[in-house]
Ligand binder design. Structure first.
Ligand SMILES: Cc1cc2nc3c(=O)[nH]c(=O)nc-3n(C[C@H](O)[C@H](O)[C@H](O)COP(=O)(O)OP(=O)(O)OC[C@H]3O[C@@H](n4cnc5c(N)ncnc54)[C@H](O)[C@@H]3O)c2cc1C
Length: 418
């Protein structure tokens, strides 16, 4: 779209991701404002496109704001009031009103019924267009200055510039947004990765790559704190991944960063107590004494490949019979099942983190309207703020919530004084 340079807008949104679109649409629809959204990439909504493995996990069927906030390792207590105004149910209704129905999976994750992120992208682009949002792509905002007239002057990478009565930064994890914010008086909570897999030092476990186990107990020990999780894990070519591992990486994101991603992970593979395991071993010895440890794995939750790795690790010959299992070896085996200790040497090799923790400190933002407490008429939304969720649609939910709250306020404030 060709726009005359130096045109004055009511709102300029920097960043065409989920948060920027929600803010721009809400401001434009509700306040009939002149809105320009500027995106550095050639396409808007790139992260929406790749999200959820191309399906876009839009939100989560977690309806009560008090439950919803528990899924945010950072920002949790601060954003409760935001969710009281716009939570998962509101996001579901918002998309339904615009023709997108969301379906819920067993674990609460919600996806568009087409199972394709392109449905969300089309909805957001089409709604932005019909509500009159101007969009410029391939244009990076370099400098945002507050003028003595109280307007903002925005200068872009191609030296074009625009004026605006208000600016909303929705630049996600991109450093340029944080630089613009610091130039306008903000501090930044150090950005660190969150939601990533773990790389194990030992490589016997990685021969079991592809195995997924449910109800596994995890204990992650960092220098300053210990974290616990129970749930599903996936053994990968490099170590561990899966929902519980990603949750641990999120809740321990800062501690792991300070430990340079070197820590111990203790896995309890079996979901029962010591006495039960002991009696399972004794029963096997009594009833299957003639069977080999290779052929008879008494734990239905432990896949055979993993069982054989455990036998090898404690030096048990797979071909011995249960009746021949020595007490010391039995104890070692039970120890592995209960307290399997892995030395983790780093994050997943593909730097597969999904979100950035850190950003604009929430104490520098008026969370009732997302306006900066350092520079008036400056607003924030989405991942740029120091709020991040675990996997399950919670990160997009914060984008919808913060974008909607900012857009609603901007629509009132600037249409009133037009
Ligand atoms: C692979 C992957 C899968 C994911 N899947 C899910 C999922 O299914 N569900 C979920 O809830 N979350 C998911 N997430 C997390 C989610 O995508 C992000 O939290 C969310 O996209 C953040 O939205 P945002 O609008 O704040 O920022 P972004 O989506 O990052 O958008 C910011 C935009 O600003 C632009 N920009 C930055 N600086 C400038 C500048 N100076 N000038 C102009 N433009 C600029 C960027 O190019 C970018 O397009 C996933 C993340 C990844 C990486």
């Amino acid at each position: 779209m060709h726009l005359p340079s130096r045109r004055k807008f009511d709102l300029i949104v920097v960043g065409g991701g989920a948060a920027g679109f929600m803010a721009a649409i809400t401001a434009s629809e509700r306040g009939n404002l002149s809105v320009l959204l500027i995106e550095a990439n050639s396409q808007t909504l790139e992260k929406v496109r790749i999200s959820g493995g191309g399906r876009c996990n839009v939100t989560n069927a977690c309806w009560d704001p008090k439950d919803l906030v528990l899924n945010y390792p950072r920002g949790s207590s601060w954003i409760l009031n935001s969710f009281r105004r716009f939570a998962s149910g509101d996001a579901v209704a918002w998309f339904a009103e615009r023709g997108v129905n969301l379906i819920t999976e067993k674990d609460g994750r919600m996806f568009p019924s087409s199972n394709s992120s392109s449905e969300i992208i089309s909805c957001l682009r089409h709604t932005a267009q019909s509500s009159g949002v101007n969009i410029r792509t391939n244009l990076k905002v370099k400098i945002v200055k507050k003028l003595s007239t109280n307007e903002f002057s925005i200068t872009c990478s191609d030296e074009s510039s625009f004026n605006s009565r208000s600016v909303l930064l929705a630049t996600g994890s991109n450093p340029s947004g944080r630089k613009i914010a610091t130039d306008l008086g903000h501090t930044i909570v150090k950005p660190v990765p969150s939601l990533y897999s773990f790389q194990a030092r030992s490589n016997d476990i990685t021969t079991c790559s592809g195995l997924a186990l449910n109800n596994v107990d995890l204990k992650l020990i960092t220098t300053n704190k210990t974290f616990y999780e129970r749930g599903r894990i996936l053994i990968t070519h490099w170590g561990f991944s899966g929902p519980s591992i990603l949750r641990l990486s999120a809740f321990a994101a800062r501690e792991l960063y300070f430990d340079n991603y070197k820590f111990n992970l203790i896995i309890n593979w079996i979901n029962c107590d010591f006495a039960t395991v002991n009696s399972i071993f004794d029963n096997c010895r009594a009833n299957n004494g003639n069977k080999t440890l290779h052929s008879c794995n008494p734990f239905s939750d432990i896949p055979k490949r993993l069982w054989l790795i455990f036998l090898k690790r404690v030096g048990i010959d797979q071909s011995i019979k249960w009746a021949e299992l020595k007490l010391t070896k039995k104890k070692q085996l039970i120890n592995i099942l209960f307290l399997d200790n892995y030395s983790i040497k780093g994050r997943g090799p593909f730097k597969d983190e999904f979100v950035t923790a850190g950003g604009i400190p929430l104490e520098e933002v008026n969370l009732s309207n997302m306006e900066s407490l350092k520079t008036s008429d400056l607003f924030f939304a989405g991942e740029l703020m120091d709020v991040d969720g675990i996997t399950g649609g919670f990160n997009f939910q914060h984008c919808w919530t913060s974008g909607w709250i900012a857009g609603s306020f901007i629509s009132k404030k600037y249409s009133r004084s037009k």
